[in-house]
Design a protein around this ligand. Structure first.
Ligand SMILES: [Zn+2]
Length: 225
């Protein structure tokens, strides 16, 4: 059986566990999704790791008690699989994913979790759009009406936007920019208004649609924004 592992030091890796039935006996719960464990491995055929042994750290069983939470955890993991190259070390993204899963397991707010996770992933992978100034004339926003269009680089002043892009509030853009100033591991202590969450969701969805190779399968199980 083939496993996909996400590690701090070696990024995404595919591992091979010999004969599924024996593997289940040998590795047990460690082969379940979202499990955090220490894996012993050696080089297998091609790029595959051959798993030798595994020591469970946590199964994140709490994620399985609620369908929305489980779907959101699946979505987070799928985004990582779709956006990261295999073998590319991403320590900070690894830590962020661990904190995201822990926060969801503790019963954290799902909309806040999704917003922060998408935002940080976009930022850490270098796909961040222009936020606090117009992406075309570079004018810094003060209190005016603005629009957002990921295809044109991000926020736009009304003069540059014309009739394209979606109207967003400067407050939403400011909240997104401020959220990047705290630790990538922090999910607690945020409070966003409903308009901010809704507009942030639309902004981040637009940016992700531009960089994802395909729509994540887990997306259809998530509540609409
Ligand atoms: Zn402009």
């Amino acid at each position: 059986m083939i496993l996909t592992l996400f590690t701090a030091q070696y990024g995404l890796q595919k591992g091979f566990a010999k004969s599924a039935r024996n593997s289940r006996k040998r590795f047990g719960a460690v082969l379940e999704p979202f499990t955090k464990a220490i894996f012993q491995w050696k080089k297998g055929r091609g790029a595959l790791w051959l798993l030798q042994d595994a020591e469970l750290i946590t199964s994140h069983l709490g994620l399985r008690t609620d369908f929305q939470r489980l779907s959101l955890a699946s979505y987070g993991v799928e985004l990582i699989c779709l956006l990261l190259e295999e073998g590319e070390a991403q320590q900070i993204i690894y830590e962020m994913l661990c904190s995201f899963l822990e926060y969801l397991e503790r019963g954290g707010n799902e909309l806040i979790a999704r917003t922060l996770f998408e935002l940080r992933l976009i930022y850490l992978l270098g796909y961040m759009p222009h936020l606090l100034h117009c992406s075309e004339c570079l004018k810094i926003f003060d209190a005016e009406l603005i629009r957002f269009d990921a295809n044109r680089g991000g926020s736009l002043c009304l003069d540059c936007a014309g009739s394209v892009g979606m109207p967003v509030e400067l407050g939403t853009i400011g909240s997104l920019a401020r959220s990047l100033k705290v630790s990538h591991r922090q999910f607690e202590g945020f409070s966003f208004g409903s308009i901010t969450l809704q507009q942030s969701g639309q902004i981040l969805t637009q940016v992700l649609q531009n960089v994802l190779p395909r729509e994540p399968k887990s997306l259809k199980f998530l509540s609409p924004l």
